[in-house]
Design a protein around this ligand. Structure first.
Ligand SMILES: [Zn+2]
Length: 470
């Protein structure tokens, strides 16, 4: 769907988007243009790398090459004694921090920030490796071109990308290491009914999860920013799983004595491209540079770290319909239905969970009490059919959710999702993994809402209640 239309539809929904506007407007740093995208690849950042080659005070090094011979770059700024290493996108499909690192460079090198830049660069030497896994980025995959998860290769070191990161770290011997990732959008922030937009962790360096001086410093860096994060995104901040992960870089770097901070950028409502997490990441980097330069983080209380709730895995769903009346044979029930949007491959929305979902929260959530599930019928494409939105709404009202037959007979200008010969057609009652397409009828038996490939449509107005991208 056209982004402008998505935006306008989002505006009509009101509430959610307004909540974000306040987050955005409090941000003081400007973003690097061109990086608000569904994915970032090497071609997206290479012009920026070439630009920074020309900027005085920045050294660009090619550390080596990926399996498919793509360059892996490092940018170095500052001349201070405190050494900081930050790397992003070791998982190729996790690019939020890559954009935020370029936001930091964009901000730090702006003329207006000359004084600030002087200040932190006197105390810190900062090494940035943006996009450690350019092959994975090219495929939008987590793993590298060998199929190796680089973040499980810190011991074996069989991937060139893992070798490059380990060699850089051994050479730099950073005091502080920032391991920058994206997490899946289904983690909730503890018991809060919200996604964990930012999750932080000072990873363990042993199975006992002991705390030594360097891990304590990492915990304090996190504690230092927690009050600010709580202010920016209340109840959207969490702690990542702290189980010791012996094959991972963060855990190994912690064991090597580097104060290591894991940052996981997560989902946010009405924010498909994770721009909220991106802005917050950039702001966090600025705060951490200040706190490391001044040592201010050493005053932070570990209680603030411990107060971070853990990620609640699977706590968030893409869509929850509450209180759907379902009749199956003689069994009548009132149940919740969760829908999952498969963002890879076929992009089909499927029924993910059925029953009491009151412990979960949805990016979109609608109480449909008083409405009953009804399977839609197939409208046969026996002859040529021209479908506009009004005709589509009329067919839905008459009980047809999808079309069967020769697809070329259908000419559609409908702005609603059009389903032709769906692979998993509706069943008489909701079933797990079935396509999320069905009707909701009122007590008079009239069809009043329709779910089409996970999008809920109010038939009286034609409004999509959960437009994609919102
Ligand atoms: Zn990751």
């Amino acid at each position: 769907m056209n982004k402008l239309i998505v935006f306008l539809l989002a505006l009509t929904l009101g509430g959610n988007l307004m909540a974000h506007a306040s987050v955005m407007s409090t941000m003081s740093h400007t973003l690097q243009p061109g990086l608000d995208k569904a994915r970032l690849q090497l071609a997206d950042i290479e012009p920026l790398i070439q630009h920074y080659r020309q900027v005085p005070g920045i050294t660009v090094t090619e550390l080596g090459r990926s399996v498919e011979n793509r360059p892996i770059y490092m940018l170095t700024l500052g001349r201070g004694e405190k050494r900081v290493l930050a790397w992003s996108q070791m998982h190729g499909d996790e690019h939020t921090a890559t954009a935020a690192l370029f936001d930091l460079l964009h901000y730090s090198t702006a003329p207006a920030q000359a004084a600030w830049q002087q200040e932190w660069q006197a105390a810190i030497t900062l090494h940035i490796i943006p996009m450690l896994n350019p092959d994975g980025a090219a495929q939008n995959s987590r793993v590298n071109a060998q199929g190796i998860d680089i973040n499980r290769d810190a011991l074996a070191l069989q991937s060139p990308e893992g070798q490059i990161l380990m060699a850089a770290a051994k050479q730099i011997q950073p005091h502080y290491a920032f391991n920058l990732h994206d997490q899946n959008r289904f983690h909730a922030a503890g018991d809060a009914p919200n996604p964990a937009t930012i999750s932080l962790l000072a990873p363990a360096f042993n199975d006992a999860r002991d705390v030594n001086a360097s891990r304590q410093a990492a915990m304090q860096l996190i504690a230092y920013v927690k009050p600010w994060l709580d202010q920016q995104i209340p109840q959207h901040v969490a702690r990542y799983n702290d189980t010791w992960s012996p094959r991972s870089f963060g855990d190994n770097f912690a064991a090597m004595g580097f104060s290591t901070v894991l940052v996981e950028a997560g989902g946010h409502r009405a924010d498909d491209h994770r721009q909220v997490a991106r802005r917050l990441n950039g702001q966090l980097y600025i705060k951490w540079l200040d706190a490391i330069a001044s040592g201010a983080y050493q005053q932070a209380s570990l209680a603030d770290y411990e107060a971070l709730p853990f990620n609640r895995s699977g706590g968030m769903k893409d869509l929850i319909l509450e209180n759907v009346q379902v009749t199956q044979a003689t069994t009548q029930a009132q149940i919740d239905i969760a829908v999952h949007f498969h963002t890879e491959g076929d992009r089909v929305a499927r029924i993910q969970e059925i029953g009491d979902l009151s412990v979960h929260s949805g990016y979109h959530q609608f109480d449909v009490s008083g409405l009953a599930f009804r399977a839609g019928r197939a409208y046969p494409l026996d002859a040529a059919l021209t479908l506009d939105t009004a005709a589509h709404l009329a067919l839905l009202t008459a009980g047809y959710t999808h079309f069967s037959g020769e697809p070329s007979r259908l000419t559609s200008t409908s702005r609603l999702p059009v389903l032709v010969n769906p692979l998993r057609p509706p069943q008489q009652a909701p079933q797990l993994r079935q396509g999320a397409t069905f009707l909701l009828v009122n007590q008079q038996g009239e069809v009043v809402q329709a779910l089409l490939n996970g999008q809920l449509i109010d038939l009286a107005t034609g409004q999509i209640r959960n437009p994609l991208g919102t």
